[in-house]
Design a protein around this ligand. Structure first.
Ligand code: PEP
Ligand code: MG
Length: 840
């Protein structure tokens, strides 16, 4: 027998079809099916006989369980959870039995209407599929009549209880805890792509991200982006099906490990903001997205137009065509990714994000729906991607709006395949050019020839993929420029994003000459620096400063050698451990160390033992949860707690028996730790019968070491100051902290004092001292470090030639005076100002 239950309107108001509710969670029936009411009255009544199953703690949502066993959820207003219960007076309690028409809640319509998106109240029958229910909206008026049923629920041949019994594999739904978003840009394209790639490993599960009242399909990048999840937002994952715990753990881990991509951070531009978007005397103001100087011909880059038939008769053929085009582009992107080197991290991430967009199930479904409605493959794809762009635009979130370009890029590449449009290729230029466009796409920047010396766009932002790529390629980029720029003639212009943030389309002959002169001077200086890279960096008064390299792999070792590094001052071995599913074997490590050593041809190679823990979690090393991981088991502490792993690494290094290799221990805070390591080190040496003098040194990253550096200097073979961590611990600021870390400066006088103390301690025992934090790569900081007595600087590989050239112009005596003065200044700002005044 088919059981049928009538549902009455719980509110007086205007009836609204569910798909018209302006919230996709309800409109797309993610929670349940039913109808909605825009209330005229402030009283909510029971729509059925049943029991109050749950009342949300924010009082805005009530679930009733019918006597027949199905549930009805009433959600008063949209996004009302944010009111935290204010404005709602719930009359009933959970567990109460009610009859249809009993008063459940009274609410303050004015207050709620003024504070949320809408008062529209969805009334939903939930778990329709699982409980094999059917619902039907009954004939009704535009305004609900509380005495007339509005919906009927049919229960099929058995009761819901029977259904539940027969259901041998119930859909388990698991919810994660609330997770706070910690990366400053929230869930934008790359994090979305990462989560998406995890979710797609579980094809049998439905996986949602919940933000407030909204939810997004984690298997769809577009759906995730449309949630507009931002820094400090709280989200949850909801997983339907088996393996929920595992899936939630993996997704949660991925979110917790999101951190800001360095190249993603906007370049500070003191002139931007107030000045942008102005035009005066041919001078277009904008925002600096990539800094540099260029003089060249201004050329307008036009977008690609595609011609195609809108309608197509053969649906199957069009669907196959789209599939083929998508597969072709997937293969193309995968090949492009394969061809990239390990340095092209930004480029690789962008292409991976494009892959995710390209295989986005919602995008493909939208396109295919259009095709099954008689449209062509090209139209279907074009329309679906363009609609998704609009959805991003509608979020109002600047970061998501910037990501439109990635969608456009993918759209155009598929259309190029579908339409065979060869005009997609970026034009070859015979002279140097500065390109101007409404906006650029990442593919365009990647494909740009060396003739492109500058970019100017009306749209775009400093954090877009285009900007990241422009910075990586060293092409100056000015964004947010007034639209009129698109009407400018082809002519010689000056783009200056170093000293100003201006495109000058009307330069005077003097301005043109001056800019050309500076461009040439810069080019020559870089060229000279590169040519002289192998020449030692000796100050004008004869002091040699060794410029070493910080590397993470063998490719960087090669670049280091080519760039004139006097050796490697820091080989961060943790990458080797982070990249593998299990700890790298002794043999694998031995090969890696030997290969790198071979590249360096006898120059110093400082191998830092595993520096994990803290911000660098290694999946296969079990670690207790720590409230303050930066103050927890990291660096040497982790190695001493995982001795076998540590010993394997030490054995692999010692087996090289190479005298130019040195072993460096990170995060040492006490002498007893060093002594413990030394004992293990000596035991292994004896075991292996190694007689070579392989030095064992420490990193100075914890203030305790700086304070008693003399005691350390007496025992260790060498010391290297890790200014990144030293700054973190001196200033008590987590270096990963999105907000605070921006303010922390390694040029703070307190950090300088710690370096000075270390230097004095090291000198007492003639212990070799170097600096290998980021500070050693920064031009402004180099004279201070030299002045504090540091003769070995280990820096980012790409900066070596320029820094060596810079050091050759420094005077050691002056550096000492300058460093002395810096130590007497009270703030980092004053130190920087003073250094700028001394070294221009
Ligand atoms: C440092 O802390 O300065 C350092 C060089 O080590 P890492 O940045 O790898 O922690
Ligand atoms: Mg460190």
């Amino acid at each position: 027998m088919v059981q049928q239950v009538n549902v009455f309107p719980p509110l007086k108001g205007a009836f609204i079809d569910l798909d018209k509710v302006p919230d996709p969670v309800f409109a797309e029936k993610m929670v349940g099916d039913g109808f909605a009411i825009d209330p005229f009255d402030n009283a909510l009544y029971a729509p059925i006989d049943g029991k109050i199953k749950s009342i949300h703690r924010a009082k805005h949502a009530i679930t009733l369980e019918s006597e027949a066993g199905f549930d009805i959820l009433i959600h008063i207003g949209l996004e009302t959870v944010s009111l935290g219960g204010t404005g709602f007076d719930v009359i009933v309690n959970e567990g109460d039995k009610v009859k249809a028409g009993d008063l459940l809640t009274v609410f303050d319509m004015d207050y709620i209407a003024a504070n949320v998106v809408a008062l529209i109240t969805p009334v939903l029958v939930t778990d329709i599929e699982e409980k094999k229910l059917q619902i039907e909206i009954l004939p009704h008026d535009a305004i609900t009549d509380l005495s007339k049923p509005i919906l009927t629920v049919k229960l099929g041949n058995h009761s819901v209880a029977d259904n539940n019994v027969q259901n041998t594999s119930p859909q388990i739904t698991l919810e994660s805890d609330l997770i706070t978003i910690i990366n400053s840009h929230g869930i934008h394209a790359r994090p979305a792509a990462l989560l998406n790639s995890i979710a797609r490993k579980f094809p049998d599960n439905e996986i949602l991200m919940i933000k407030g009242e909204q939810s997004g399909n984690v298997k769809s990048v577009v759906s995730l982006l449309s949630l507009s999840v931002q820094y400090k937002d709280q989200i949850q994952f909801l997983v339907k099906g088996n393996n929920g715990v595992e899936i939630i753990a993996e997704l949660t881990d991925a979110i917790k490990n999101l951190h800001d991509d360095e190249s993603e951070n906007p370049i500070a531009d003191p002139n931007s903001g107030e000045e942008d978007n102005k035009v005066e005397n041919g001078k277009y103001h904008g925002v600096v997205a990539s800094s540099g100087l260029a003089v060249a011909r201004l050329i307008k880059q036009t977008g690609t137009q595609f011609e195609y038939e809108r309608f197509a008769a053969d649906e199957a053929e069009q669907l196959a065509k789209l599939d083929k085009a998508i597969h072709a582009l997937v293969a193309e992107l995968e090949n492009e990714i394969k061809d990239l080197t390990e340095f092209d991290v930004a480029h690789k991430n962008i292409l991976n994000a494009h892959l995710m967009i390209l295989t986005d199930p919602e995008l493909i479904t939208q396109a295919k729906n259009l095709i099954t409605n008689g449209q062509s493959a090209a139209y279907g794809w074009d329309k679906a991607t363009t609609e998704s762009c609009k959805a991003l635009l509608a979020t109002g979130n600047q970061l998501l709006i910037e990501r439109q370009n990635d969608l456009i890029d993918v759209r155009d590449r598929v259309l190029t395949i579908l339409c065979g449009n060869e005009s997609k290729k970026v034009a070859e230029f015979t002279e140097e050019v500065i390109l101007v466009a409404e906006d650029f796409t990442p593919s365009q920047v990647i494909a740009m020839s060396d003739k492109v010396k500058g970019l100017v766009s009306v749209r775009g932002g400093v954090t877009s993929h285009v900007s990241i790529l422009a910075r990586t390629r060293g092409i100056p980029l000015l964004v947010g420029v007034a639209k009129d720029v698109l009407q400018e003639h082809e002519q010689n212009v000056v783009l200056d994003t170093i000293n100003t943030a201006i495109l000058n389309v009307n330069p005077t002959p003097e301005e043109l000459n001056q800019a050309k002169g500076e461009v040439n001077r810069r080019r020559e200086a870089l060229q000279i620096a590169r040519e002289a890279a192998q020449v030692p960096a000796v100050t004008t008064d004869g002091i040699q400063i060794n410029c070493l390299a910080n590397i993470g792999n063998i490719d960087e070792a090669r670049i280091a050698a080519a760039n004139g590094a006097e050796g490697v001052g820091l080989f961060r071995t943790e990458f080797m451990f982070l990249e593998t599913k299990e700890a790298p074997s002794e043999e694998m490590q031995f090969n890696e160390y030997s290969d790198i050593n071979h590249v360096l041809a006898g120059k110093t190679l400082v191998i830092r033992t595993l520096d994990a823990g803290g911000d660098k979690k290694i999946p296969y090393i079990t670690q207790m949860h720590e409230e303050n991981p930066m103050l927890g088991v990291r660096g040497v502490r982790l190695c001493l707690a995982n001795r076998e792993l540590f010993k394997t690494q030490l054995r692999a290094i010692l087996k090289t028996k190479a005298e130019n290799i040195k072993v460096m221990i990170p995060m040492i805070s006490k002498l007893t730790e060093y002594r413990a390591v030394k004992q293990i080190f000596e035991e292994i040496k004896a075991d292996l019968g190694v007689n070579t003098q392989i030095q064992l040194g420490i990193m100075v990253e914890v203030p305790s070491v700086a304070f008693i550096s003399e005691a350390f200097a007496k025992e260790v073979d060498f010391m290297s100051i890790g200014t990144n961590d030293l700054t973190q611990y001196v200033m008590a600021v987590d270096r990963e902290h999105t907000e605070l870390a921006k303010e922390v400066d390694h040029l703070h006088p307190a950090v300088l004092a710690a370096i000075a103390a270390t230097s004095i301690g090291a000198a007492k025992h003639d212990t070799n001292l170097s600096v290998c934090g980021l500070m050693a790569s920064e031009k402004l900081a180099i004279p201070v470090l030299i002045g504090l007595g540091i003769k070995n600087l280990s820096m980012t590989v790409s900066t070596i030639p320029e820094n060596k050239a810079f050091i050759r112009n420094l005077n050691y005596a002056k550096c000492k005076e300058v460093a002395e003065h810096c130590l007497s200044l009270p703030t980092a700002i004053e130190v920087r100002e003073y250094l700028k005044s001394q070294f221009n």
